[in-house]
Ligand binder design. Structure first.
Ligand SMILES: C[S@@+](CC[C@H](N)C(=O)[O-])C[C@H]1O[C@@H](n2cnc3c(N)ncnc32)[C@H](O)[C@@H]1O
Length: 253
């Protein structure tokens, strides 16, 4: 009966129906499923990738400071994970605001548990789509460390578009990625190429890109590339690398 009904429906209605059914079944967000599974299965320190929790958070804060983030600012930590940056940034922002966003409720719970009690105003947001639940121009900086490294280019573009709405003119989007220009990325790429499509997407996968791709998607979304920090050397004399290149975008005034 339902099958017959589907046949006579116009394609646009059929497609809307398919999406509604997928939503009801909880299948609509692929990334959410993958990350929630990872958050549930692994130790919190491991579920967000390798490296020492404290050290990585320290490098991320140092990078933000290098890019002019100061006490009083409002900063969105997109893909905040289990709080590596949150534990450093919340104290630093003083009278400002930290907004930790993640697609996984499990990650958010762990980040909130680890966050320091004092410090700036803090908000945690579970976000399942590329639409930020934030007013236009309300944020100084959005950062996304090791987030676009696991996303297809089309999704990256979708996030770039709404991030531009949320960041004030002159504000920044600071993101890390894995460009082919890094030897480290090429190793990761070959590892991923050893898996077929199903296995590659069975868990959190690493997506290798190019600087040109990121610059192009950013400019299509209305951003201006300010600079790149290469991931195969220290970002600054006293700021070690995260083994990923970092792109700094500015919302034109
Ligand atoms: C590799 S972890 C990095 C966590 C954190 N940024 C850090 O440096 O410690 C990636 C995080 O991004 C989150 N994430 C992935 N895709 C996302 C999306 N589309 N929206 C929000 N969060 C996302 C994951 O749930 C995970 O917590």
């Amino acid at each position: 009966m339902i099958r017959q009904l589907r046949k006579i429906l116009p394609p646009a209605v059929r497609s809307r129906l398919r999406r509604a059914v997928a939503r009801v079944r909880g299948l609509s967000n692929f990334y959410e499923r993958v990350y929630d599974r990872q958050a549930a299965m692994l130790d919190p320190a491991e579920s967000i990738g390798g490296g020492d929790f404290e050290t990585i958070g320290g490098i991320e804060l140092a990078l933000l400071r290098l890019e002019g983030v100061k006490p009083g600012d409002t900063v969105v930590d997109l893909g905040c994970g289990t709080g590596r940056l949150a534990v450093k940034l919340i104290g630093y922002l003083g009278a400002g605001k930290y907004i930790g966003i993640d697609i996984s409720r499990g990650m958010l719970r762990e980040a909130a548990r680890r966050a320091p009690a004092g410090g700036c105003t803090v908000e945690w947001k579970h976000q399942r789509t590329a639409r930020f639940d934030l007013p236009e121009g309300s944020v100084d900086v959005i950062c996304a460390f090791s987030v676009f490294t696991h996303m297809e280019a089309e999704d990256t573009y979708r996030y770039f578009v709404d991030a531009r709405r949320v960041v004030r003119p002159g504000g920044k989007l600071i993101l890390s990625c894995l460009p082919f220009s890094l030897a480290h990325s090429r190793t990761i790429f070959v590892q991923q190429a050893g898996l077929d499509l199903t296995d590659r997407w069975a868990g959190v996968r690493n997506v290798v890109t190019t600087e040109e791709t990121i610059d192009t998607l950013a400019s299509w979304a209305g951003w201006r590339t300010l600079r790149w920090y290469r991931g195969d050397r220290p970002y600054a004399p006293d700021v070690p690398t995260l083994q990923q290149s970092v792109c700094v975008l500015e919302r034109p005034g």
